[in-house]
Design a binder for this molecule. Sequence first.
Ligand code: TXA
Ligand code: MG
Length: 337
Amino acid sequence: MKTQILSVTPQSLAYAKELIASGEVVAFHTETVYGLGADARNDQAVKKIFTLKGRPADNPLIAHVHTGYDISSLVETPPYTARLREKFLPGPLTMVYPSKRKVSSYVSCGLTTLSLRVPSSPTAQAFLKAVDIPIAAPSANRSKHVSPVTAQHVADDFDGDIPLILDGGVCTGGIESTVLDCTGKIPSILRAGLVTKEMIAAEVGACDVYVPQEGEKPKSPGMAYKHYAPSCRTAFFNKEEWENAIKCYLTEQGKGGTPFFLCEHSFVEEHPGLYALDLGETPEEMAARLYAHLRTGERCATLLIGIEPRQSGGVMDGVRNRMLRAFGQSEKRGARS
Ligand code: TXA
Ligand code: MG
């Protein structure tokens, strides 16, 4: 199959609509990362997503809809959720609701809930309006690999396997949406992202952060899996361990390798002359650059050396979570490799 990368035009949207109607998969831009979309009502189309990605069969998908879509046809909407939709949608917030079971049971992997997302990207909105149905879409990367923030990243993982990538440019958000469980009295964050606990609590009074208990089946199965891993060798150091990180860099160089740091801007400034992928200074900059740098790292580095960012809280919770997992670190330990 030839994979076409097309910008959004009436013609490409008509083609995308035709593909979706015939049960095909179309990749599309969102403000967070690219998605791999299919008709959420079509069992075979949804199954195709799992097969293409190599995604575990118990990891549910998000259904994406346009801003004018009547979500009450798909889910029950607890009263407090209206305020959150008004404040944060369209945008990088996915809300998990009690499902009315109107989409394929493969979307939620048999759970009684359905997660819905209304992306703000104009490309995503144009696509979702053109098809006017819920589109099930995970991030458009092979399972476990780094999420894609350009159309080329999607092609790097799926060239020849999908017919169309709707190119909307670079994803400026950079990390996936916040996933918020809205089935309880108080909303609870299942995956941290650009819409933070503090922002949600400011609207509805309180917001929990879900932490799976020992032995419990996690509420957001995706968070249990190894993820975001670049294909090169990696090492990771706590922020206090920068001297060891430099030793590690020099050892790799001494062996004829090409090490790169992946670190925040202050570290780059303090250690000029070393190869580094600079994450920037603000949490938003770091979110926007993380996945692109991980993908550059796997192309250019023989060893990618991550250094724990100094900041935490707010948007940094999402950035740290993705970065630690990319380097195979548990969040609780946050330790070196
Ligand atoms: O920004 C995003 O959310 C991107 C773009 C494409 O929209 N999508 C994305 O999808 O990141 P994916 O499949 O890579 O991650 C979805 C996450 C997984 O951790 C999954 O377990 C969780 O959402 N999830 C989906 N439906 C759920 C449900 N009904 N209950 C609990 N967790 C759910
Ligand atoms: Mg993903």
